[in-house]
Every structure is written in structure tokens, then in C-alpha cells.
Design a protein around this ligand. Sequence first.
Ligand SMILES: [Zn+2]
Length: 329
Amino acid sequence: MSYRLNHDCTDRPHTTARDADASRPPREPGQGEQGDAGSDAAPGGPVLSRRTLALGAAGVVALGVAIGLRLSSCSHHSDDDPQPDNGDSSDASGNPSSQFSGGAIPVGDDGTLTVAIDPGHGGDDSGTEESGLVEADICWTVANYCVGYLEDHGVTVVLTRGRTTNPTLEDRTQVAVNAGADALLSVHINYNDQDPGLSGVTVYRPTDQTSYLEQTTTVPATALANNVIGELTAIGLNSNGAVSQELYIDPNDATQAKYAYPGDTSNVSDYYAMVRWPRKYGIPAVLVEHAFLSNEGDRELLSDDGFLKKMGEADARAILETAGYTGTL
Ligand SMILES: [Zn+2]
């Protein structure tokens, strides 16, 4: 995109005044983002509580650049191979009772679809904020409408976090891995303090500049991204497209090697951690910036619970379509 990323949906070090106020220590490899008890522990089981709202704290607007990204260590996973790339892009369930057939997102062998929905902010990370609207609150609401719609259509869904907790991005991914998620969708709301005219949805999908697990991640996630764009524009949002955000790795800088995919010799990775971490484990993932809190028209939509429901259900329909859902939406 031509505009500057100014929304902190990555796992890079926090340098904003808000984070300084929060006295959050820089995250060290292997250390949980919050330094709180349990943050280093293995992520808990599926979080299935729904439709619980709570107000977040002050928002954050951060300037995003690729260089300087940091990542909590994946040392306790570094010996693990990601899910094998079996090149299987079909339903493959062979289950005659399956409601899924021939989708870009392959469903499980039992014919069921398992999806991880990631509310992008929560706990002491409230995301961005404008005119009393807080990204974390909106993300939680949209995510749970999405969950409800998916569950009503027979999908097994796991939320990657609770409303009041802020696990690391790796831990949130691990929840998806543990649940056997066939896909992950991360829910965000955008902000741009340079151009309040920017509006609408942007979907970030894995880059195709590296072939790492391309068939099991990039290909299905790109199909999902395009369907998300289609569904969200159908409810009236402007489209900024389905795009990838590359992270270029300096091969001479050993500290950047951790961003590379296992065994991948290219100097390119994915900028957004909730695209990069799932990809590492073979899960197709997209990060959806639904609309701009910095745009007056979008803000009006985002202040309407009925529209948040439309957005969550649009996300859900996109997932179902991409998985080849054969029922009625
Ligand atoms: Zn966000």
C-alpha cells in the first residue's frame, strides 16, 4: 500500500508513549510479552467464551517499519517441524457426510472444519482508539459474531485469546496449532493519522515471494483473503485489496535469522506475525484490517453494533466459502 503502516499489529518492540507508561519491559527471547505469570507457559486450551465486552485502556498508534521487528524466541519449537506440506489442496475428507467439498482450505479427515479466530487486541493491549471507540472492543465483538456464525454452520472454532488477557502472538498461534486449526483469521481495525480519507478493508495474506509451504499456506490464504474482500465490500466497505506485506531479512544480520522460515533460504518473510507464525506451522492465515477508525465514515459504521455483526458474519462466510461449504449461507 502507498500509505504508511501506522498500526501496531506486529510483535515488534513497543516504543510508543503508551507502552512506556505501561512500564512494559522489552520482550526478550522466550519471555512472555507481559512478563506476567503464565505468559511463558504453554497456551491454554480453546477459549470459547462469547460476546463478553469490557472496556480497554488507552489506544496505541505506532509507526511500523520492517527493520527493528523482534520476535519472542521460538526456541521451544525450533526443533519441531511444521506440519508437512502434503500438497493437498482438496477436501480430502472422503467423508460423504461432510458439508465441505473442493475448497481452497482443506478440511480435516473427519470432514469437519476447524478455524481459529484471533481477536487482534485485548487485555492491556487496547489497540488503536478514536472518539471513544477502542479497537480491542471492536475486535472482540466482531470476532465473536464471526464465531457465532461459524458455529451455527457446524464449524469447530477456537478463539486464540480471552477478552482480558494478552498472550504473545506465538502463544496465540499455538492455541490454533493445538486445536488443529485448518485456517486462522486475525481481526483488526486500521488507523492512519496521515490521511483521514483512507477507508475500508485491507487484508494481509502470506507473501508469495517465498515458496515456504506455499501450497498449504499462501494459496489457501490468498483465496480466503480475496473472499474476505468480496464479503466485506458486499456489506458496503471500501476495498484496499488483498495484499502481502513482506519482511526483508538481511542475510548478514544473524539477529534477523529468526524471522526466516525453517529451511527457507530466501531473504523474505512475512511482516505480520499473525501471518508469519501460523505459516510457520502450516496454517493458512490472514490479517483483516476491516476499516479505519481514523476515517469518519468508517467510524460511524464501527460505532454500530449491527454493522459489527455484519462484519463478523462476512468474515465467517468468507471462511466457509473458501473451505468449499456446500450448505446455505
Ligand atoms: Zn490491530
